[in-house]
Design a binder for this molecule. Structure first.
Ligand SMILES: Nc1ncnc2c1ncn2[C@@H]1O[C@H](COP(=O)(O)OP(=O)(O)OP(=O)(O)O)[C@@H](O)[C@H]1O
Length: 328
């Protein structure tokens, strides 16, 4: 594994910042010789929708499972809603709704019957409250009409939404969702997004893991980026993006010649689908174009780029031995 720089941090420091719904310090998990999570100091501010981003295998699920007390850390501390985990799980977990792995619903029962069974195991609901809580939860995730149908016939999106309804049977302070839109079509993704937006409006803290950059950019107020088990950036999403250096997008038919010429001139450049993106920290746009033209690279168009999440992650993860694959 490549040595990582100090994580990029945006937003107020912890002393003056908001209360934290979840917090880890020095969190580490190893499986044999595999380091799944490496000294992660994660802050999830109360009221945030925090997107935990990272390529496959970067440690998102393991971190989430340690937060919820489902996996014992090798080292480090976890606090969930102010309670030490896993020791004080019984104090913390009633306020936490989680959708962590494929929910174990019964295939031959309807969505509603499955939720009734879950409701019966929910310590905050009396027997008389379960039915109304189930109906509320079904409505919240848009499954009221499909509630009577067998789980077996549900689409993947409906199954995910039913899992979410199960996590929301009672009001929660924190909702944790591990890749909730995995495998969903755009309509299913929009539905999950809208449930997250509703929770945010109600002041519920949401921690959602994803490897979809566009998804996080559209839904989240905060972001935490994991790469090879290490936290490489975290903070307020807008502040993180604003702290990024400006770039120039150059359209060219010869991206490899362009990258070679720019790197020879000690400029940071990386290929994009229609050319290259050049960081404008060490050179102004006219110098970049002059360098390319001087090297005989055909320049069809050049425009300043708005820094997006994709650029931020390309930079944060560019030192990896294997370039991570991001999907936007
Ligand atoms: N129970 C386990 N036993 C052995 N290795 C594990 C176990 N759980 C996770 N790992 C390893 O730890 C690393 C981090 O895995 P993790 O599932 O946390 O990543 P992730 O970011 O959630 O990935 P994905 O997006 O693919 O779900 C991987 O190398 C994985 O193979």
């Amino acid at each position: 594994m490549t040595a990582q720089a100090e994580p990029v941090v945006a937003g107020p420091s912890q002393q003056e910042g908001p209360a934290l719904a979840a917090r880890t310090r020095g969190l580490r998990k190893t499986y044999g010789r595999t380091v799944a999570v490496d000294h992660v100091d994660l802050d999830v501010p109360e009221g945030a929708v925090l997107g935990m981003l990272g390529p496959n295998g970067s440690g998102k699920t393991t971190t989430i499972r340690m937060l919820l007390g489902l996996v014992q850390p090798t080292e480090g501390e976890v606090e969930l809603l102010g309670h030490a985990m896993p020791e004080r799980a019984a104090d913390a977990l009633p306020d936490v709704g989680a959708l962590v792995e494929g929910p174990g619903f019964h295939p031959f029962l309807s969505g509603r019957e499955n939720l009734l069974r879950l409701g019966a195991a929910e310590p905050r609901l009396t027997a008389g409250q379960i039915s109304a809580a189930v109906d509320d939860a079904l409505e919240r995730v848009g499954l009221s009409r499909a509630g009577g149908r067998r789980y077996r016939g549900y689409s993947l999106g409906m199954k995910q939404r039913l899992g979410l309804a199960g996590a929301l049977l009672v009001p929660r302070r924190l909702v944790v969702l591990d890749e909730p839109t995995n495998g969903l079509d755009p309509a299913g993704t929009r539905e999950i997004r809208s449930v997250i937006a509703d929770l945010h409006r109600e002041g519920v803290t949401v921690l959602v893991s994803s490897h979809l950059l566009a998804e996080v950019e559209a839904t989240c107020t905060h972001v935490a980026v994991l790469n090879e088990g290490t936290l490489v950036a975290q903070g307020d999403l807008t502040e993180l993006l604003e702290s990024e250096s400006p770039g120039l997008e150059v359209s060219t038919t010869d991206a490899s010649a362009a990258v070679a010429a720019l790197r020879a001139a000690h400029l940071n450049a990386r290929p994009t689908p229609d050319g290259v993106r050049v960081e404008l920290t060490r050179a102004a746009a006219p110098d970049v174009i002059a360098t390319l033209v001087g090297a005989g690279v055909p320049v069809h168009e050049a425009r300043r780029s708005r820094t997006g999440l994709e650029d931020l992650f390309a930079r944060l993860t560019q030192d990896s031995e294997e370039a991570p694959t991001w999907t936007s």
